[in-house]
Design a protein around this ligand. Structure first.
Ligand code: C2E
Ligand code: MG
Ligand code: MG
Ligand code: MG
Length: 288
């Protein structure tokens, strides 16, 4: 049913949010307070090796535990935050909280993992860009997590937005030693030229390209992965739900995957048990 998985209940409530303008305004007001009230929470979705099923990383995904509406999807409240002009505060909160969360878990014995954090295009505009770099630097230091274990996920929107300062901010972030991933690849509108020009370490293939079953879908998947490999990028598939999809990804040379086949995003307290699991893989189980 819709409530069994966090991912599904999130989608359910987002429809409620879209229902009326009045409700949207109420939500906007409430969102301003949500951070202070502790209603926002970071969830983590494991990323596993396609070959071994070992968990190698997690993606941090923000959740809003709304007192009346329940768990609200970021897909519905991030656009509202943008209109309200509070994405920057939200974005900084996310970076601090995700790194602090993983830092706490590692202090309590969780093995070292990669951490991916989504960063919206608004964070790359003029003044904000330097604040972004500052927050990343400070939060890394506080958490004790080395920069090379942090991946910032940006989208094609960040890259094509010429009003901002993205190339400079990207350079500054790379100078800190963090990795960069291009999220939702294939769903945006940019040209391929930037892939060669920008220091992108990882390509995340959008779920829509994982779902398709026919010959064209497969050819598309193959082309994306082969291009990413040529450019020395790590390839991560998102939204993997079936073993069949996983086998296809393995055959095409994809490195890592995330999706319900592995696990939905979970709370910080649920993550340690999950990390010990061996997830579906394409080759015999890990040794030891
Ligand atoms: P995304 O970064 O592409 O994240 C993947 C989304 O797919 C997540 O939705 C995740 O829960 C969902 N998902 C994971 N596995 C599966 C699967 O097997 N099947 C299906 N159907 N869905 C799956 P979520 O958490 O609702 O986030 C939606 C989007 O909101 C994210 O897409 C990202 O663009 C944005 N977002 C989430 N958290 C943050 C954040 O902290 N900051 C910013 N700026 N954006 C965020
Ligand atoms: Mg992402
Ligand atoms: Mg994505
Ligand atoms: Mg996506």
């Amino acid at each position: 049913s819709a409530k069994q998985r966090p991912g599904n209940s999130v989608a359910f409530y987002s429809q409620h949010l879209a229902a009326s303008e009045a409700q949207k305004m109420e939500v906007e007001g409430r969102l301003r307070d949500a951070m202070a009230l502790g209603e926002l929470e970071m969830y983590f979705q494991p990323q596993a090796s396609v070959r071994s099923g070992d968990v190698v990383g997690v993606e941090a995904l923000v959740r809003w535990n709304h007192p009346d509406l329940g768990l609200v999807s970021p897909e519905s409240f991030i656009p509202i935050a943008e209109e309200a002009g509070i994405t920057v505060d939200l974005g900084c909160w996310v970076i601090e909280s995700a790194l602090a969360g993983l830092g706490r878990l590692e202090a309590a014995g969780l093995p070292a993992l990669q951490l991916s954090i989504n960063v919206s295009a608004d964070m790359f505009t003029d003044y904000v860009g330097s604040r972004l770099v500052q927050v990343v630097r400070d939060s890394l230091k506080k958490s004790g997590i080395p920069p090379r274990r942090l991946t910032l996920e940006i989208t094609e929107r960040t890259i094509i937005d010429e009003s901002g300062n993205a190339p400079q901010v990207i350079d500054d972030l790379k100078a800190l030693g963090v990795r960069l991933a291009l999220d939702d690849f294939g769903t945006g509108y940019s040209s391929l030229g930037y892939l060669k020009a920008l220091p992108i370490d990882e390509l995340k293939i959008d779920r829509t390209f994982i779902m398709g079953q026919d010959k064209e879908d497969r050819a598309f998947l193959r082309a994306i992965i082969s291009m990413a490999k040529t450019l020395n990028m790590v390839v991560v598939a998102e939204g993997v739900e079936t073993q069949e999809q996983l086998v296809r990804l393995y055959e095409e040379g994809c490195d890592m995957y995330q999706g319900y086949l592995c696990s939905p995003p979970v709370s910080e307290s649920a993550l340690p048990a999950l990390v010990k699991t061996t997830f579906p893989a394409t080759s015999p189980a890990k040794s030891g």
